[in-house]
Design a binder for this molecule. Structure first.
Ligand code: NI
Ligand code: MN
Length: 226
């Protein structure tokens, strides 16, 4: 059984039953993270882009756990310079197959500068093909019509930002759900700080009324089974 845990903001843990994947670790400085970087497990770390609210704890966790980091070329290079030994550099549209399943980097409409100003390449989302189904993490992005192509993968669970301001907000997330046509959808990247506060219950009600997807809203630390 595959189980997702929301670690607050854009951070997620995916336990596949055999492996643990950690997405965009932002824990020690996050006001909503339910655990800290020194105790989070990881076999693989996925990093969508270079902003500090996504890479902040990546190098420390990768050094401690020896986890393989899956990200774009520029972020992998930047992490290597910080002593991260195991990186798998990808670029947009490229994927790779692992013991847990397959991962592919998808388009994201965002930016990606690293905390020290280094070039963080292009931002991405992730499509994951796991034994129990297909997960799409849109990560930080605005709405784009190629989400229809991403949805052609047949998505069991889509994780979409709804915070507005830095990413798409609730209105555009509803349009994204229509394009992606996932079976279920979970909100992300909201309620971390007041500027991205959202009413997740109201969003879930709109998802039920306006789309065919089932909303899955959990608090930080909450779990979703695939
Ligand atoms: Ni960002
Ligand atoms: Mn962000």
């Amino acid at each position: 059984m595959t189980e997702l845990t929301w670690l607050g903001h854009g951070s997620w843990l995916v336990h596949t039953g055999t492996h643990t994947l950690l997405l965009d670790p932002f824990l020690n400085d996050s006001p909503t993270a339910p655990l800290k970087a020194d105790c989070v497990p990881a076999d693989y770390i996925l990093v969508s882009h270079g902003h500090s609210d996504h890479v902040a704890d990546c190098a420390a966790i990768a050094r401690r756990t020896g986890a393989a980091v899956i990200s774009n070329f520029e972020i992998c290079q930047w992490l290597s310079k910080q002593g991260v030994k195991n990186t798998l550099a990808h670029n947009l549209g490229g994927g790779s197959t692992h013991p847990f399943g397959r991962v592919k980097l998808t388009l994201a409409l965002h930016s990606s500068a690293l905390p020290d100003g280094a070039n963080g390449g292009n931002p991405s989302g992730f499509l994951l093909w796991l034994a129990d189904g297909v997960i799409y993490f849109a990560c930080d992005t605005g709405l784009f019509s190629d989400m229809k192509l991403i949805g052609a993968a047949g998505i069991d669970l889509a994780v979409l930002p709804i915070g507005d301001l830095f990413t798409m907000g609730p209105d555009d997330s509803i349009e994204a759900i229509k394009l992606l046509a996932p079976k279920r959808v979970a909100p992300s990247h909201y309620d971390t700080w007041p500027p991205i506060a959202q009413d997740a219950a109201a969003w879930a009600e709109r998802v039920r009324k306006e789309t065919l997807a089932e909303p899955c809203v959990v608090p930080p630390g909450g779990k979703i089974s695939l």
